[in-house]
Design a protein around this ligand. Structure first.
Ligand code: NDP
Length: 518
């Protein structure tokens, strides 16, 4: 059923929707033009996949949603296809969009990250008034969010960088959201975001993360952990596929079984689905006809770059990013195939009776490595909070990741408990539950990494996580030797284990005493 909607600027659009509550588009005069009366409590700018789904989700939960897109055709498509799902107020111009919002005007931007976001912020800020709230729900790099918040605050408006996870499906049915910004903006925005967030055990998956860029920082680390989680799953698959020679479908069944236990998570669930999928064209497992070059959009790289600048070892995440990089080095990989580089056959020969036990070893190695990847991700959040002056509640972060987002997993309840109790204050690895979990998995973890190395199957995330764990538990590291080398070639000095102070040795002068520098 269609209705004619005459927008406030007099342009007539034929729409096929009818609101359950008909739009009451009263108009007021402003600057000589007819403008919409403020009636929407929230607005969305940018109506591609994410923005239109988020707008629909908002409308489904009783919000009146102003919608605007640079090119009107996307707005028209949204109204034609979904206009009857709730209360929308479509706008042709930013001015009209802003005029249709009630105060404090609150607008969520869902446009391409980077320069387009800056352009839209500028347009909105010009049309808005002090006290209004601009929310960037795109995947912004957190230093950009810090910069934007400062600029917008100087103009008397609030700016909230809000990480949104869960992809298009999450945006529509309930994402996990990580907003930054001021406490004051959270008072207005919080109830709106809570109305559309995913629910985990009845709790909305959204919390005020901290000021300025804190939300986008935490979303960035979320994505980094997602990279590590996916890489660990891929390594488990590879060990079964190439190592044990299992079929994709058989491995899909193993993942489905693992999903019933402590590994229960969205990523394990979709892995079993992907592996069981047959290609309609060839009848082969779909995974076998997909080119093995993993793509990336940059958030994993940002997580590693930021970790490097904060000197936080996020080895699992880094290896995951590098593994994607290696997979996409097409020229080198093609040449390597021609060069027939030396190595074992990439097959793990086991007696039938040992295979089941080895698959269980892989499961345990995956769980232990996953715990390390999360511990490292939270270390980065902790270091970021210290560096940028954010007061981030890590237990709350773990709770809002339990639903809606890509890394949603059963074990995040354990993570939030660990932070809640204070046991994970220094590292997640010291919390009783995780300490015990790794203690019982570590033998299997070592067997898997050793077998993989012996048989030439790459497991960069498994092995780097294990090395990190062993490094952490070492009383003494070979870093002492590195300090000696640094002092010899560069007089960088060192500290002694038996005496306070800073020392330098006159290396070339045999028998000469150390010179102490206080
Ligand atoms: P895209 O990233 O593909 O961006 C398209 C939208 O940006 C369109 O509405 C487009 O308007 C608008 N746009 C582009 N350039 C400009 C400009 N210069 N001025 C104004 N508007 C502009 O859309 P998605 O829906 O995929 O993602 C939106 C945001 O959400 C991005 O920041 C993305 O990183 C983030 N995100 C995406 C996820 C996903 O799974 N896709 C998950 C989480 C976050 P027009 O139609 O006029 O061209």
């Amino acid at each position: 059923m269609g209705v004619n909607y005459c927008n406030p600027l007099g342009l007539s659009v034929r729409l096929k929707y009818v609101n359950s509550v008909p739009l009451q588009v009263a108009t007021v005069e402003s600057k000589g033009k007819a403008m919409a009366e403020a009636q929407a409590n929230i607005g969305v700018v940018g109506l591609a996949a994410m923005g239109s789904n988020l707008a629909r989700n908002l409308a489904h939960h009783g919000n009146t949603v102003a919608v605007y897109n640079r090119h009107y055709d996307r707005t028209e498509t949204l109204m034609n296809e979904h206009g009857d799902e709730g209360k929308f107020v479509p706008a042709h111009t930013v001015e009209e969009f802003v005029a249709s919002l009630s105060k404090p005007r609150t607008a969520i931007i869902m446009v391409k990250a980077g320069a387009p976001t800056d352009a839209v912020i500028e347009e909105l800020a010009n049309a808005m008034e002090p006290g209004d709230i601009i929310v960037d729900g795109g995947n912004a790099y957190f230093p950009d969010t810090i910069r934007r918040e400062k600029e917008i605050r100087a103009r008397g408006l609030h700016f909230v960088g809000c990480g949104v996870s869960g992809g298009e499906e999450g945006a529509l049915n309930g994402p996990s959201m990580m907003p930054g910004g001021t406490e004051e903006s959270w008072k207005t925005l919080g109830p709106i975001l809570e109305s559309i967030a995913a629910l985990a055990e009845g709790e909305p998956c959204v919390t005020h993360i901290g000021t300025d860029g804190a939300g986008h920082f935490v979303k960035m680390v979320h994505n980094g952990i997602e990279y590590a989680d996916m890489q660990l799953i891929a390594e488990s698959y590879d060990l079964m596929r190439r190592g044990l020679g299992m079929s994709a479908g058989e491995i899909g069944n193993v993942f489905a079984k693992w999903n019933e236990g402590e590994l229960n998570s969205y990523l394990i669930e979709i892995t079993s689905e992907v592996l069981r999928q047959q290609d309609a064209k060839t009848g082969k497992p779909l995974v076998d006809v997909i080119v093995d070059h993993a793509g990336m959009k940059g958030t994993g790289t940002w997580t590693v770059q930021t970790a490097l600048s904060l000197a936080v070892p996020v080895t699992g995440i880094s290896e995951a990013v590098f593994a994607r990089g290696l997979s996409s080095q097409a020229e080198q990989r093609e040449e390597a195939a021609k060069q027939e580089l030396a190595g074992p056959e990439q097959r793990i020969e086991l007696a039938q009776s040992e295979r089941e036990a080895f698959i269980e070893d892989i499961r345990q190695a995956l769980y232990a490595s996953k715990i390390v990847a999360y511990a490292q991700g939270f270390d980065e959040i902790n270091a970021g909070a210290k560096e940028y002056g954010w007061n981030i509640d890590q237990a709350a972060v773990a709770r809002i990741w339990r639903g809606g987002c890509i890394i949603r997993a059963k074990f995040l309840n354990r993570v939030s408990d660990a932070f809640e109790s204070g046991e994970a204050n220094i590292s997640l690895l010291f919390a009783r539950y995780f300490k015990d979990a790794i203690a019982s998995a570590q033998s299997a973890w070592r067997r898997v990494v050793a077998r993989a190395a012996e048989n030439g199957i790459p497991v960069p995330a498994f092995s780097s996580s294990l090395s990190y764990y062993d490094g952490l538990r070492s009383d003494r590291l070979p870093a002492a030797l590195i300090q000696g080398q640094r002092d010899l070639f560069g007089a960088h000095t060192y500290q002694r284990v038996d005496e306070p102070g800073v020392f330098h040795t006159l290396w070339a002068a045999e028998g000469r005493p150390e010179i102490k520098q206080d």
